[in-house]
Design a protein around this ligand. Structure first.
Ligand code: FE2
Length: 354
């Protein structure tokens, strides 16, 4: 019998990149009044190190765009699932000031989460694989190259946000795709392959992550699509699936292989993907449960301080329904352990050596 999913998404969350690229209503241009408000907040906060203390919502009011923010929160949750902000003058602010602005915006969308055992809430996305050669000491976002469409680890992470500080010499565009569109295309063209994603794939996290989380590397079976509490949630961590197969935790069947091939082909297809260059000062908020993200390959500058560089935030949105337990691969307890490790690390590392 042909597979039937519990729900077929429709409406704004189902979109094609080739349609959206012809419009710009997903871009929010910051108004002169908002830019003035941002300037005032920056002059109050500028002595603060952007990597340290979070910026609270009250410290970064954004009253001039309160209505817009409410609309954007709604659009990210149940609409198209993303927004791009444009209009910050990159030349006007230092990296530290942009970090403060970004964290200030983030506070209007959710609670910041720690992104690794280094306790980073303001993450640096930059290719330093030639400097930090040991793969186990590096996170995925510290490497370069093309990234296929994926979600970040599910559980607490509701929104992934990125702010561009520096662009590569060539390429490095941001690629996003609607997971709901991918779902419906699989349903229309190969429903039985869609069924494989509801059944799930065995995942294995990197050993170094597992050790720092105090958890087993083998995560177990995780559905890529799960419909619960009125939300169709997607979790697609392809690298984790392959790692499990390489370690002998599972065998990817020919049917699963065909399903993965279809998913990768659709989610990276030029008609499906919205490709955009985040210019310095631009920032993007995306729903990590309904939007897949990746990036185009790029040619980087040689000097570290000139390389492609983005800040990243992971935000939890308490008002959203909880992520299904079957898809929660990175939970609050794991992040608390990361934070505890980061505190130990800082205590053991003299400031001059960190
Ligand atoms: Fe990612």
């Amino acid at each position: 019998m042909t597979f039937q999913p519990p729900y077929r998404p429709s409406g704004r969350s189902v979109w094609l990149g080739k349609d959206l690229v012809r419009t710009d209503d997903w871009i929010v241009r910051l108004s002169p009044a908002t830019l003035e408000e941002i300037d005032a907040a920056v002059s109050r906060l500028r002595r603060r190190n952007a990597y340290d203390t979070p910026v609270a919502r009250e410290e970064f009011p954004l009253t001039t765009m309160a209505d817009d923010l409410a609309r954007m929160r709604h659009e990210i949750a149940t609409g198209r699932g993303f927004f791009v902000f444009r209009g910050l003058d990159r030349g006007r602010y230092s990296d530290n000031e942009l970090g403060l602005i970004f964290r200030g915006f983030g506070a209007h969308f959710g609670h910041e989460l720690t992104q690794s055992a280094f306790g980073d809430r303001l993450g640096d996305i930059r290719d330093i694989s030639d400097i930090l050669v040991d793969r186990s000491k590096r996170r995925g976002y510290q490497s370069g190259g093309f990234q296929t469409a994926h979600t970040d680890p599910s559980g607490e992470v509701g929104i992934v946000a990125m702010l561009s500080l520096k662009m590569a010499m060539a390429g490095g565009e941001s690629l996003i795709a609607s997971a709901h569109t991918v779902h419906n295309m699989l349903l229309d063209w190969c429903p039985d392959l869609l069924g494989e994603f509801y059944q799930g794939f065995v995942l294995r996290r990197p050993e170094a992550d597992a050790e720092r989380m105090g958890r087993a590397a083998l995560i177990g079976n995780v559905p890529s699509f799960c419909y619960e509490n009125g939300w169709l949630n997607c979790d697609f961590q392809h690298g984790y699936m392959r790692r499990a197969a390489e370690h002998g935790d599972t065998t990817i069947s020919p049917k699963q292989e065909a399903a993965l091939g279809a998913f990768v082909a659709i989610s990276n297809h030029p008609d499906v993907v919205l490709k955009m260059m985040l210019e310095p000062g631009d920032f993007q908020f995306i729903n990590n449960r309904t939007i897949l993200h990746g990036r185009a390959g790029f040619e980087d500058h040689a000097a570290k301080d000139q390389r492609r560089h983005l800040y990243r935030l992971w935000l939890n949105v308490p008002e959203w329904p909880r992520m299904p337990a079957s898809q929660s691969t990175l939970v609050a307890a794991d992040m608390a352990r990361w934070d505890a490790l980061a505190v130990q690390h800082r205590a053991a590392t003299p400031a001059w050596a960190s």
